[in-house]
Design a protein around this ligand. Structure first.
Ligand SMILES: Cc1cc2nc3c(=O)[nH]c(=O)nc-3n(C[C@H](O)[C@H](O)[C@H](O)COP(=O)(O)OP(=O)(O)OC[C@H]3O[C@@H](n4cnc5c(N)ncnc54)[C@H](O)[C@@H]3O)c2cc1C
Length: 384
């Protein structure tokens, strides 16, 4: 299948990975992104072993060797005690793919640098219509014809509603603050990655980014805060004032200008379909556009990378028929996506329960149960 044309809408992790996969298969790709520049954020993230396997399948091994910090131990705590401590093996490293903490901008740059020569990038292009009859995507002034449109335009993708009605975005009622601290200011860490569940539906986590320093994330109930970064910093200081070390040190080491705030949202219920096909062309949903899971399990980027690798597998398997390939993609992804989304929503619901609910449950459930859950979420392998 040569010289097929794909239009990828959105240059996030899902869109970039899809463009890489399609160009490797010989497609001509137009990558349309509304932002003016393709660049990642100054934020740390966890890439579970499944996402690491997907990155390797895309040929991005070097990114992980240079920019990822293997998570040898991940701890879940309540403020007063350790509730679970997970080794690299539990986190999926038994096949040599340890979960990693990675700086978002490093991951992003690696993806951008692997875009093939046949990928034409159109920044500052806000797609406003997708024509399903004569397949094409366009902004206010231009139109790109395609055999395949990849809708990788994030959790608010309007295409999800076109392909499968009734998969809305739900506001989770919490907001996340995150920051990355350069190495020279980062406080001492006692583990590679830690998440602490406190009272009043608050959580605080931190992780090691190697040379890029360290990162932390905190979720609190409520909506986006309208105050200045300076006031937000003071509020965070107050909300986590009596939490165990090194929480206060992370907050103190952060400059207000380094704070990022995001609302927590997820797609629920999931769309009943992930693609639309007509004749020999089609549209497919990828990444958050398809499944936007509650980020409490930090699975979103891994799922997006897995989606792209699976799309490549499906197109290789059915090179002559786009509908067949999209059908195979959907079959291969549906169960995995449902499982992760269900667990993420359940964990989110528990963590957002009344004061002390998360702490009570952490106290009650055995370590082995948590270990099984965590390792089963990282068990994805690229399809063959
Ligand atoms: C607080 C928080 C913490 C998280 N932590 C982690 C973590 O540790 N690990 C992890 O794996 N995941 C994490 N995630 C989830 C992860 O960030 C997302 O799942 C992932 O970025 C999804 O990638 P995507 O490419 O599907 O969507 P996006 O990253 O949203 O990319 C969509 C792209 O499409 C563009 N776009 C949108 N509309 C249009 C349009 N009309 N025309 C053109 N372009 C358009 C956007 O500008 C954007 O570039 C976290 C999420 C949150 C909110």
């Amino acid at each position: 299948m040569h010289n097929r044309r794909a239009v990828v809408v959105g240059a996030g992790v899902a869109g970039l990975a899809s463009a890489i996969v399609l160009s490797k298969l010989g497609w001509r790709v137009a990558l349309l992104e509304r932002r003016e520049r393709l660049r990642g954020d100054n934020l740390g993230m966890i890439l579970w072993a499944s996402g690491v396997r997907a990155l390797r399948a895309l040929g991005l091994d070097a990114t992980l060797d240079a920019g990822g910090t293997p998570v040898d131990r991940f701890e879940i705590r309540s403020e007063e005690r350790l509730a679970g401590s997970f080794s690299a093996a539990v986190l999926g490293a038994d096949d040599g793919s340890p979960s990693v903490m990675v700086h978002n901008a490093v991951l992003y740059e690696a993806l951008v640098s692997h875009l093939g020569r046949d990928v034409e990038v159109y920044p500052a292009t806000q797609v406003s219509r997708i024509d399903l009859v004569d397949l094409a995507a366009g902004d206010a002034t231009r139109r790109w014809d395609a055999d395949l449109v990849v809708a990788a335009d994030g959790i608010d993708s309007p295409t999800r509603e076109v392909i499968a009605k009734g998969a809305p975005t739900v506001d989770a009622g919490v907001v996340a603050f995150r920051a990355t601290i350069p190495a020279h200011r980062a406080p001492e860490r006692d583990s590679d990655a830690v998440e602490i569940y406190g009272p009043d539906r608050r959580r605080f986590g931190y992780g090691d980014l190697g040379q890029a320093g360290a990162c932390w994330w905190a979720t609190v109930p409520g909506g986006m805060r309208p105050e200045s970064p300076q006031i937000q910093h003071e509020l965070i200081n107050r909300w986590f004032a009596d939490w165990p070390a090194p929480v206060g040190k992370f907050i103190a080491a952060t400059r207000p200008s380094e704070l990022t705030q995001q609302p927590i949202r997820y797609v629920w219920p999931l769309p009943s379909r992930l693609h639309y096909a007509e004749g020999n062309h089609g549209v497919v949903l990828m990444g958050d556009a398809a499944h936007g899971v509650a980020p409490i399990l930090a699975q979103g980027a891994s799922l997006a990378l897995e989606d792209a690798v699976t799309l490549g597998w499906a197109l290789r398997r059915s090179p002559e028929s786009i509908p067949e390939a999209l059908h195979a993609y959907e079959r291969a992804r549906a169960a995995r996506i449902r499982r992760v989304a269900r667990v993420a929503r359940r964990v989110h619901t528990v963590a957002s329960g009344g004061p002390g609910v998360a702490r009570g449950i952490l106290r009650a459930i055995p370590d082995s149960w948590l270990s099984n859950r965590i390792s089963s979420l990282s068990d994805w392998q690229p399809p063959r």
